[in-house]
Design a protein. Structure first.
Length: 425
């Protein structure tokens, strides 16, 4: 791990000095105002945490370390993980070094397979994944070194060890969860020389003669890898890790948040809505039919899945990247074509309703249709795939948080009476 560690050492030294200088010079400056409504709206929009791996400007979409996410669509997940960690895209040698680091750590302890096998087969795939992550906590280098009296300036190094081990093993675990949950046969081993996404597809057991599913997985794992620090999975994982709970505890906690219907289930809900639409109209519906169906959905006080976003106020550039992939590889697929017709119809319908702030599609509006095209039709599994990708961002954020010496997250809560008193001042 020498080359990667030394690169990160220099990066983190620079980041620590920047933060120290900023706080020293401007620590008493106000950077945000909190309204009473925000207190009761899940702290939405309140500036209170630091995250430098990525940002989500409402008018632009996801930017990872200065790169608009669309510019990373042709990269490998290992490229993006290196970028998240080191702040720069890797050279060929640096990418190979990271792949070698993963290969040296990708053996999953045998007891993990026994724990997964002990769960009932109808256990939710996310429960299987998170149980596997949590039971591996005994492998934590951070926890062992902390118990021995590790110095604070070594926290990031042992967190990096845990990050590399977790990201190395997750493709095998996520793939086996799929095979076990959906009765696909025994666990499959990887093949030497495959990239991270290719190894995952190999272990899933899909035939991929043209390599298109592997290309889709590379794209999916890149696009979902990070999304700032305020989303539920990143925020929860960061909060848990800030208590110096090791990365196994933190990642498991964050992925439990990702399992929630308001966070990680969106793409399967979008696909289900599209399939309901197709069933009603006995095939690919027209734009006019979709418009009427969307109006009926809104009239019934239900949302149109995949449209709108907590932060964005433009079409999600990740959606656009998936659309380009679909147009290139499966333009005639009826589910994908329906997703495109929905894109043409739904924003116009939503714009008629002034209370709807964002009528544009997010990433989930089309991703499920592409997974469905290549045979990954088990929608309950989609959040596991999301988790595999998001683990890259969560792990990178943890390394930087410990490297920058960020403190425990401890916001202040006010009672109703205290809020009333605050309004009087």
């Amino acid at each position: 791990m020498g080359a990667l560690k030394e690169t990160l050492r220099a990066v983190l030294n620079e980041e620590r000095e920047k933060i120290k200088s900023l706080v020293s010079s401007h620590g008493d400056r106000t950077v945000d105002q909190v309204t009473l409504a925000q207190v009761f709206q899940g702290s939405r929009g309140i500036v209170s945490i630091f995250c430098d791996t990525s940002a989500v400007p409402p008018a632009k979409g996801l930017i990872v370390r200065g790169y608009p996410i669309g510019e990373l669509a042709g990269k490998l997940p290992e490229d993006v993980f290196y970028l998240l960690l080191a702040g720069k895209l890797p050279t060929d040698a640096q990418r190979k070094n990271l792949q070698d680091e993963w290969a040296a750590r990708n053996t999953v302890p045998d007891y993990v397979w026994k724990v997964v096998d002990a769960l009932p087969q109808d256990t939710h795939p996310m429960t299987m994944l998170n149980t596997a992550v949590l039971c591996m906590q005994r492998e934590s280098v951070f926890a062992k070194r902390y118990a021995e009296g590790m110095a604070k300036d070594e926290y990031w190094e042992t967190t990096l060890e845990d990050a590399l081990a977790l990201t190395a093993r997750l493709p095998a675990i996520a793939a086996y969860v799929y095979r076990r949950c959906f009765n696909k046969g025994p666990r499959l081993e990887g093949k030497p020389g495959l990239d991270w996404a290719g190894d995952y597809v190999q272990r899933l057991g899909f035939a991929d003669p043209k390599g298109e599913l592997t290309k889709l997985m590379r794209l999916y794992l890149v696009l979902h890898s990070d999304h700032g620090g305020g989303n539920v999975s990143a925020n929860v994982a960061g909060t848990v890790n800030s208590a110096l709970s090791d990365l196994y505890y933190a990642l498991s906690a964050g992925l439990n948040g990702l399992a929630g219907p308001l966070h990680g289930l969106a793409n399967q809900e979008c696909l289900a809505w599209i399939q309901d639409l197709m069933e009603q109209f006995k095939g690919t519906p027209s734009v006019e039919q979709i418009s009427k169906f969307a109006e009926e959905t809104i009239a019934a006080k239900r949302v149109v899945p995949g449209y709108g976003h907590a932060v964005l106020r433009v079409t999600d550039p990740r959606f656009s990247a998936f659309v380009e992939f679909g147009k290139q590889h499966c333009p005639g697929d009826p589910v994908f074509k329906t997703a495109l017709n929905v894109y043409e119809a739904v924003p116009k319908v939503l714009q008629k309703h002034p209370k709807i702030k964002n009528p544009w599609p997010n990433v989930d509006a089309v991703s499920g249709s592409l997974l469905h095209h290549y045979g990954l039709t088990e929608q309950n599994y989609y959040t596991v795939l999301f988790s595999l990708s998001r683990a890259l961002g969560i792990c990178a954020q943890a390394v930087h948080a410990r490297g920058c010496g960020l403190p425990i997250v401890r916001p202040t809560a006010l009672t109703y009476d205290e809020l009333q008193d605050a309004l009087k001042t």
